[in-house]
Design a protein around this ligand. Structure first.
Ligand SMILES: Nc1nc2c(c(=O)[nH]1)N[C@H]1C(S)=C(S)[C@@H](COP(=O)(O)O)O[C@H]1N2
Ligand SMILES: [Mo]
Length: 337
């Protein structure tokens, strides 16, 4: 994001499934799964779930994910009157610098990431620290589908149907101590499988680090995601476990998490370390505070093309102001950008 403002020609145009059509397909699926499964609807390779999104490539979900998926609360949070971004765009226009800095690099290179087995460390100011195999880490949680806007600081956006669980549910499990004031997330460090970590992209001091204030982390909209579009996360989207904080710029939503630490001091985050004057700790989506090099008042909603730019006004807190504005009462969002 430091180097180039994306050109509109970077994103191919493709057709968007109208929300109404998507919703009617879904209600059909909900009531008549067994009947439909026998007919012509596409099916996952090796899984029992009927595909909820027609253009999705099936993946190879681990057993724990396949077991949990049928009990998912579909559409637990939705976005009214905005189309879901086609799967193809959400999985081929990515920022995941561990795999390269071009938008197509993560899709091209993330196949090398080994997500099974995977373990997650929870440490710092918690009553119950531990190192968990991902399938054990996931045991307590019911999956929910959360359809959220994703607004990148580079002024493009998407609408993505995530599958995950509230970060607050994890925090309840691990029992933060009275000293815990922030939460810090760390991405996998593995130069073997992550070419961006071994190439000359020396600006980033790997691993990628992000963080939230504890009250932000407790907000019901903040989730840890393990899937999207009715399937497990594709590697380029941060498999097998990532953060999604929909009211903040996308760079806060750290991918492929291996460590979650409760800490007393505000963590030093990756983009802050690179350019603190451009990327702040809070990074709340805010159309009234411009990036030093471009306006944040507008965004390109993908898919967007030269002849169909699909530009829209950026909303305060990315459209989640009613829910989250209270977290920042009394704060100057120009200073705390
Ligand atoms: N580890 C890691 N996490 C990351 C990034 C990254 O480069 N490395 N990029 C961030 C940025 S800038 C954005 S916009 C989102 C993009 O998520 P998506 O590719 O799933 O849409 O991931 C965020 N999480
Ligand atoms: Mo981003």
């Amino acid at each position: 994001m430091l180097f180039k403002f994306p050109k509109s020609s970077d994103c191919p145009e493709s057709d968007v499934t109208p929300e109404s059509l998507y919703m009617s397909r879904r209600s059909m699926l909900g009531t008549a799964v067994s009947v439909m499964a026998a007919s012509s609807l596409p099916r996952w390779a090796g899984a029992d779930e009927v595909a909820r999104y027609p253009d999705v490539e099936p993946g190879k979900a681990p057993a724990w994910f396949r077991e949990k998926l049928p009990a998912t609360r579909w559409g637990a949070v939705n976005v009214k009157d905005e189309s879901i971004t086609p799967f193809k765009d959400a999985t081929h226009y990515n920022n995941f610098y561990e795999f390269g800095t071009d938008k197509g690099d993560p899709a091209a290179n993330a196949g090398a990431l080994k997500t099974e087995p995977w373990s997650v460390v929870v440490d710092g100011e918690v009553g119950k620290p531990g190192r968990y195999a991902l399938e054990d880490f996931m045991k307590p949680y019911q999956l929910e589908e959360r359809i959220y806007r994703l607004r990148c600081v580079e002024a493009w956006s998407m609408v993505i149907p995530w599958i995950g669980f509230p970060l607050s549910a994890l925090l309840k499990q691990v029992e933060p101590t009275s000293k815990a004031r922030y939460i810090r997330f760390e991405t996998l460090l593995d130069p073997q499988s992550m070419p961006g970590q071994r190439s000359g992209f020396a600006l980033i001091d790997w691993p990628y680090i992000e963080g939230l204030r504890l009250d932000e982390a407790m907000h019901p909209l903040a989730i840890l995601a393990v899937g999207m579009y009715g399937r497990e996360l594709p590697n380029q989207n941060g498999a097998p476990l990532r953060l999604v904080v929909p009211w903040k710029y996308g760079f806060k939503s750290v991918k492929s998490i291996v460590r979650i630490s409760l800490v007393s001091e505000q963590p030093k985050t990756t983009w802050q370390s690179i350019a603190a004057d451009e990327y702040g700790f809070y990074a709340n989506v805010n159309p009234t505070v411009d990036h030093p090099r471009w306006t944040q008042a507008r965004e390109r909603r993908l898919p967007s093309g030269l002849f169909k730019p699909n530009v829209r006004a950026t909303q305060m807190f990315n459209g989640y102001a009613d829910e989250v504005a209270g977290l920042y009462a009394g704060m100057d969002l120009r200073v705390n950008y």
